[in-house]
Ligand binder design. Structure first.
Ligand code: ADP
Ligand code: MG
Length: 698
């Protein structure tokens, strides 16, 4: 039996393996590329490729793949074997530096949103040496970026790496202004907490809605839901425990630091949190985690649902993106320091985030937009669609004191003079975590809580990094020219607080009164749906900022807008079609069969004697007949609406019609179907109910 320490990372070509298998010269050269982005020359690439291949073959691999994240949101891989014929008729295992660095998948079917005409369909993949290669099954997976021949990013990794670089550049300018010449780079770290549901595979297979769309489109409220709160952090059932154990082992082998796991609020809902790491690695790891969660579930006769809202009236699943900024010398820039200078630097970075979140509320909202997540945001189970920030009462009081030049602590008359006074000690808010805030400061990091469970975390981090880079750039431009650094710094922090305090809200984000205040008094944005917010990606101020920092080109932004809306439309169209099919071919016939049995029973009773009561049968027959008629009519209505949607030839119009009419018609069909479920004998109902699904894993 292996210990965790033996197991950990044993399928990863990590630093330990590199040190052991590469010559000192090659290792040092590769390290320079990884840590500082230095150019990698051919001889080094060849040496790394050979070592990587030998290690992979020793560990059972026969194939390799350039592993990438196209705009579909999932990961892609095309396997090539290492074998190459040898003159004696046998084979040798070969892998060159060229094959390591660049791949050319025939990837013409990946969405490009117009970035790539099919005649130049062959995009290429390029090795990302900052994320370790790993073995999955019998394949060596090499994390790569995916670009078109014109150089446009066709994936999520490329803009993510660019956004990290933009932030690094601006953060270094600020750090230099504080007199620090030793720090070489600033990286963002992320720890994403992942929620998911586990249900029984046999039951899953009986539901077309789950199979086709990942969520239930029908289902009456079960007698018991999540109202008792008895699942949250409750004891973990044996089957789930076995699953989690197996999952941890698989993740550990891949060097993924799965750390905590617990039951979530809804029955059958769980959460997994890793230890945080550099953002692009955290992103790769989260993609892998989602994939492995599903694979391990299959081994246990389970299905892992990553959809944001698998069940109506039951909390859905999200992802919390814990984000911080760290220097290569190990200093967390979002951690208040011990000296006046450190405090001032901390406050400046804090303000940069406050300004970024306010100025680019729309981009943050856009970064989490997807059909599935629209069901959660603002539904009193996840933050509202209005972006705001929680910083806690004490930090708020400090900012107010700076803004108004009044003593922070009235009794002691502590005036806050930046760069002179030590920041008053404020206790880290660990008790009231304010779960309702979309963007919360939690002592030394920010927790962005609007992400959906199936989202790639790349999108949120791209926008966050870019927006903070922009704040820092504006600060650095001004401070580098200032005659008196401290005065300029103080003024700038004050101005940020004054201009952007509307984004700070420490109260209950689920409260309707907040949404009213946010939108009417504070002028914050409230984009309820994906169809509302995505077109705003192309607003001039967003295009200007993202292109200025070279995170996206304008063409890339247009492609993202197109692809996201197209995905929204297709997702809901598939749902609507599935509903029509299930209502017509499963639900209505099941109810009719039950009506037939009731009618037969009534007739049988009457044949015994006219005196026997058939009120029960007749009343039910009447009620159910009203429902089957409504099912028949609303299914027809939904089908007609589907036809009108198809007539639109641009995604912006199409998504608006889907939002305004199709989703409404879908709800209208669901109502009589769910009501029929509550009146139809169990043995006639054609698929497992909410009660079966949510409480079916023991
Ligand atoms: P808390 O209880 O305050 O939420 P946890 O330790 O439970 O803190 O962290 C939740 C998630 O946040 C974990 O994935 C963790 O690794 C991550 N995290 C902790 N510190 C940081 C940090 N400085 N930067 C980014 N993520 C962090
Ligand atoms: Mg959390």
């Amino acid at each position: 039996m292996n210990t965790v320490a033996d197991l950990f990372g044993n399928k990863v070509f990590d630093d330990r393996v590199m040190k052991a298998t590469l010559s000192a010269k090659v290792y040092n050269s590769l390290k320079k590329t990884i840590d500082e982005g230095a150019y990698l020359d051919n001889s080094v690439a060849n040496a790394v490729a050979t070592a990587m291949k030998d290690w992979a073959v020793q560990n059972g691999a026969t194939h390799y793949t350039h592993w990438f994240q196209p705009l579909t949101g999932i990961t892609a891989e095309k396997h090539d074997s290492f074998i190459s014929p040898s003159p004696d008729g046998g084979v040798i295992m070969e892998f060159s530096g060229k094959e390591l660095i660049k791949g050319e998948p025939d990837a013409s079917s990946f969405p490009s949103g117009g970035l790539r005409a099919t005649f130049e369909a062959r995009g290429y993949t390029a090795w990302d040496p900052t994320s370790y290669a790993f073995i999955k099954g019998k394949t060596l997976c090499i994390p790569t970026a995916f670009c078109s021949y014109g150089g446009e990013a066709l994936d999520k990794k490329t803009p993510l790496l660019r956004s990290m670089e933009a932030l690094n550049k601006q953060a270094l300018r600020i750090i230099r202004l504080f007199g620090n010449d030793t720090v070489k780079c600033v990286k963002t770290s992320v720890g994403p907490e992942q929620e998911y549901f586990l249900i029984d595979r046999e039951m899953y297979n009986q539901r077309k809605d789950l199979v086709f769309t990942g969520r239930t489109l029908f289902g009456a409220k079960p007698p018991k839901g999540q109202e008792m709160d008895d699942h949250y952090f409750g004891f973990i059932k044996p089957r789930v425990e076995a699953y989690m154990e197996d999952l941890n082992q698989e993740l550990w082998k891949l060097g993924i630091l799965a750390k905590t796991e617990h039951n979530e609020v809804a029955p059958a809902q769980h959460e997994l949190a890793p230890i945080y790491t550099t953002t692009n690695i955290a992103t790769d790891h989260n993609q892998l985690t989602m994939e492995i969660m599903q694979k391990v579930a299959a081994k246990h006769g389970l299905v892992c649902l990553l959809h944001e809202k698998p069940f109506a009236r039951v909390n859905g699943s999200g992802k919390h993106n814990n984000w911080s900024l760290t220097t290569d010398t190990g200093v967390n820039l979002l951690s208040p320091g011990e000296t006046p200078y450190e405090n001032a630097q901390f406050l400046l970075f804090l303000c940069a985030v406050i300004k970024a979140v306010d100025d680019y509320q729309d981009l943050l909202r856009i970064s989490v937009a997807a059909a599935g997540n629209d069901h959660r945001l603002g539904a009193n189970e996840a933050p509202p669609a209005v972006v705001s920030m929680f910083i806690g009462d004490e930090l708020n009081a400090i900012l107010e004191a700076i803004e108004t030049d009044t003593p922070y602590n009235a009794a002691e008359k502590t005036q806050m003079k930046l760069g002179v006074n030590v920041l008053p000690k404020f206790t880290r808010d660990t008790t009231d975590r304010n779960r309702t805030s979309p963007f919360a400061f939690t002592g030394n990091k920010f927790e962005f809580r609007m992400l959906g469970s199936s989202n790639s975390i790349a999108c949120a981090n791209i926008m966050l990094n870019a927006a903070v880079a922009e704040s820092l750039k504006i600060y650095a431009d001004r401070l580098e020219k200032a005659e008196d650094f401290e005065t300029a710094l103080h003024e700038m922090i004050r101005k940020t607080i004054k201009d952007h305090k509307r984004i700070i809200f420490n109260g209950n984000g689920y409260d309707d009164a907040w949404i009213k205040e946010a939108t009417e008094k504070r002028g914050l944005l409230n984009y309820r749906t994906t169809a509302d917010c995505i077109p705003r990606l192309l607003d001039q101020k967003n295009v200007d900022m993202l292109t200025a920092h070279k995170v996206f080109s304008e063409a890339e932004l247009k492609s993202r807008c197109e692809i996201t809306l197209d995905n929204y439309c297709k997702t809901i169209l598939i749902e609507a079609n599935t509903m029509v099919e299930m209502a017509r071919r499963e639900i209505a016939p099941a109810v009719e069969a039950y009506i037939k049995e009731l009618a037969k029973t009534a007739a049988l009773k009457k044949s015994v004697s006219d005196e026997v009561s058939v009120v029960y049968e007749n009343t039910l027959i009447k009620e159910l007949s009203v429902l089957t008629e409504r099912i028949f009519l609303t299914a027809g209505d939904l089908e007609n609406t589907l036809l009108t949607v198809e007539q639109h030839d641009n995604v912006i119009d199409e998504s608006a019609v889907i939002r305004d009419t199709l989703l409404v018609k879908m709800n209208e069909l669901r109502v009589p179907c769910d009501e029929a479920e509550t009146l139809t004998a169990k043995k006639y109902w054609p698929f497992p109910t909410y009660g079966d699904l949510l409480f079916g894993v023991r």
